[in-house]
Design a protein around this ligand. Structure first.
Ligand SMILES: Cc1cc2nc3c(=O)[nH]c(=O)nc-3n(C[C@H](O)[C@H](O)[C@H](O)COP(=O)(O)O)c2cc1C
Length: 318
């Protein structure tokens, strides 16, 4: 809400919300601001059941359960994150947000048409030129060029080969040269200078995540904030351990000990559930051993201040 009121396009992350929570968040948001906002969904394929993969993951986590005095027989299972669905579209329709954005590709054409039918613009992340062209061909109104610097989950969906993905400075001009629709630069942009550079490279807009993590209004935990304000934020890596898909975060104990990218992690989003009790037990001791400390490569401008001031800082670059 604060970002929207300050002139940015604030985003409501909906991947971890139940339909009831989505409805309630949208009701609150539309009451608090008349400015346009974006609602963001994941659109991954729900993984097939694979008990062997899950057993392997649980076996790998067993020593940690024992260390923290937890019962490994009680490891939770389940998805936690849901892809965009007809039921979510039903909820969304009552609010008709200005923008609906998608990560990990797009929903099926029928759902895209439905979202467009009430006037929402559709944007989605691309990590390669191929993905951007695919999004454009499927009717996206703009593409987010998500450079490798970006914090959080990688938005790739056509290829899982991370070596095909580019940094923001390489990806933005490559998309500008190729696409007919607007390009939004994302990854490593934290101040007006970064915004100006992205625009010079051909971006039509920018998306920033990391710079807002310490904002007064952010729901970032105390331990995550502490890490962001420490030297820990200069060491990030892509890890699939915390959800099953590669995402950029500060290196924690689990990433250090298992290696940040591991075949032990089950398919997205099934890795998360078994980590929940471990994370809670470690955090109760003030430790971030299993916490997702999402963070991009540029946390230099993360400051504890109102989100509006951070937005104004970025707007100065336009
Ligand atoms: C803590 C955190 C959570 C994120 N969650 C999402 C998400 O749910 N959906 C999404 O599309 N992108 C998500 N992102 C990625 C951002 O949308 C954006 O691409 C990225 O933050 C831009 O790079 P930066 O982190 O260097 O500013 C997240 C980023 C961060 C840092």
């Amino acid at each position: 809400m604060a970002v929207c009121e300050a002139g940015g396009l604030g985003a409501l992350p909906a991947a971890m919300l139940s339909l009831e929570q989505l409805d309630s968040e949208l009701a609150q948001l539309s009451q608090k601001t008349k400015a346009p906002f974006n609602v963001n969904f994941f659109c991954h394929a729900t993984p097939e059941e694979d008990p062997t993969a899950l057993d392997r993951w649980h076996e790998a986590l067993k020593p940690y359960y024992q260390e923290f005095g937890l019962d490994p027989r009680q490891m939770p299972q389940g998805a936690g994150r849901q892809p965009f669905s007809p039921a979510a579209a039903e909820v969304l329709e009552a609010y008709k947000p200005a923008v609906v954005s998608f990560h990990f590709g797009l929903p099926e054409p029928r759902l895209i048409q439905r979202v467009k039918s009430w006037g929402s613009r559709i944007i989605a992340s691309a990590t390669t030129v191929k993905e951007a062209l695919w999004l454009q061909s499927q009717g996206a109104d703009a593409v987010i060029a998500q450079g490798l610097e970006a914090g959080g989950h990688r938005g790739h969906f056509l290829s899982h080969d991370l070596s095909e993905q580019m940094g923001t400075f390489a990806l933005v001009p490559a998309l500008r040269r190729t696409l007919a629709i607007p390009v939004v630069a994302a990854g490593g942009i934290a101040d007006a200078q970064g915004v100006r550079s992205a625009l010079t490279l051909g971006a039509n807009g920018i998306q920033a995540g990391t710079v807002f993590l310490c904002a007064n209004e952010a729901t970032t935990s105390r331990l995550h904030r502490q890490a962001l304000r420490s030297q820990a934020c200069v060491h990030t890596a892509l890890t699939n351990l915390l959800s099953g898909r590669p995402a950029r975060g500060m290196v924690n104990r689990l990433m250090h000990e298992m290696g940040p990218l591991s075949t032990l992690a089950p398919a997205f989003p099934l890795a998360t559930a078994a980590l929940v009790p471990l994370r809670a037990a470690a955090e109760a001791q003030g430790r971030t051993d299993f916490s997702p400390l999402w963070c991009g490569q540029n946390a230099s401008a993360c400051e504890e201040k109102p989100a509006a001031e951070l937005v104004q800082g970025l707007i100065r670059g336009f």
